[in-house]
Design a protein around this ligand. Structure first.
Ligand code: MG
Length: 270
């Protein structure tokens, strides 16, 4: 399948979807605390997205029965929200969500601490978010797709973590999953050339232990094989000749994402 090249008008529409997706994360952030179930978070997200006259893109995608993916601690991606999973102090939760708006899509994931978390968990969250921004910085027309994965993998491994191999980022735009695949590992010389007009969902999944994963008996939730924790961040990124533009953060705003999350970056090998 060919890689779509989007016009600036189309990118503007993807950004509209991206802003609703960002606002959904910010709404969910208010509810991420001990005692809330992942099913409740799913309902809050669904109602919010519909209130903006948008569509929760994951609902029904490959028959997924919820609007967001919720992954607690050792869960990596595709976590199925449910009433039994109730957040406890010290947990971490990643929330991945897609939004469709006027025929265009955006996809974004954040990982949050629940109350006070361990130093190791804070480091995992911080490094994973840094991996995402290091990957985004390589999403430029002079590079190949492999430059993104190389940057992500180097930073994760320099900090003693591993990157998941079985799941990758992807193109996005008129549908939620498009070509090309965007691995979080590899070498700069790998993959196709990055071109202006590509829109990529870049989404490092970083594990504290082994990169190996398996699928839970719920048929959806992907977990680490060794039970160690995992974090996941994702932005939808439009490639322009001037560089990457993040469609799932407020445009031009100086968003200090680490401050927003109450995270310090001390003790991280940058
Ligand atoms: Mg994605």
């Amino acid at each position: 399948m060919a890689v779509h090249i989007y016009t600036s008008k189309e990118v503007a529409k993807i950004m509209e979807a991206g802003m609703i997706a960002f606002e959904t994360h910010m709404r969910l952030r208010e509810y991420i605390r001990p005692g809330v179930s992942t099913a409740e978070l799913d309902e809050i997200a669904r109602e919010f997205i519909y209130s903006r006259r948008a569509i929760p893109a994951f609902l029904g995608l490959y028959n997924f029965p919820a609007s967001i993916c919720t992954c607690v601690n050792d869960a990596v991606v595709h976590g199925l929200p449910n009433r039994k999973t109730i957040l406890r102090p010290g947990d971490i939760i990643s929330i991945d969500l897609g939004v469709g708006y006027n025929g265009y899509y955006a996809d974004t994931a954040w990982t949050w601490p629940v109350g006070e978390v361990s130093a190791e968990a804070r480091k995992l969250i911080t490094v994973t978010q840094q991996c995402l921004f290091k990957g985004i910085a390589e999403a430029r027309v002079e590079n190949r797709i492999g430059a993104i994965g190389e940057a992500v993998q180097k930073h994760a491994e320099a900090n003693g973590f591993s990157v998941v191999r079985q799941l990758v980022g992807h193109g996005i735009g008129r549908s939620i999953h498009e070509e090309p695949q965007v691995p979080n590992y590899g070498r700069r010389k790998d993959g196709i050339k990055i071109r202006a007009g590509m829109v990529l969902a870049i989404e490092p999944m970083v594990n504290a232990g082994t990169h190996d994963v398996y699928t839970d008996s719920d048929q959806w939730t992907v977990r680490t094989k060794d039970g160690k924790w995992s974090a996941h961040f994702e932005h939808t990124v439009a490639i322009t000749s001037q560089g990457p533009v993040i469609c799932t953060l407020p445009k031009g705003a100086n968003v200090n994402v680490f401050q927003l999350m109450g995270l310090e970056v001390a003790g991280v090998n940058q």
